[in-house]
Design a protein around this ligand. Sequence first.
Ligand SMILES: [Zn+2]
Ligand SMILES: [Zn+2]
Length: 134
Amino acid sequence: MTSTTAGSCLCGTVQFQISGEFEAFFLCHCKRCRKDTGSAHAANLFSATAKLNWVSGQDSVRTYRVPETRHEKSFCVKCGSALPGVQSVGILAVPAGSLDGAIDIRPNAHICISSRAEWDEHLENIPKLDGLPG
Ligand SMILES: [Zn+2]
Ligand SMILES: [Zn+2]
């Protein structure tokens, strides 16, 4: 049996389904991933075998590739949300935050940790709030 996971962008224009299994899940702290996400790290799932099906909004998906690198980012032109894409090397990359359904894979590793932001240290030790700061 093949598992199917649904996902979408922030504005809801783009909806997709991933059919199949993910082989890897990496949290990448490299400078490109930090720029790309605006955050401490990217959180991407990878699969060489899973299939990506666009349910809606495929014409609103754009892919930017950093010249002369393998770094690619697919996103919704209306809201800028990160979206899945098949990389030039043929591997499907899926931003974990774009998924709406639960997944049963846990991150395999933090990668490019030597490139992390200077504030990205011992983040597990800072206060955790259930909601917004009061
Ligand atoms: Zn959108
Ligand atoms: Zn990276």
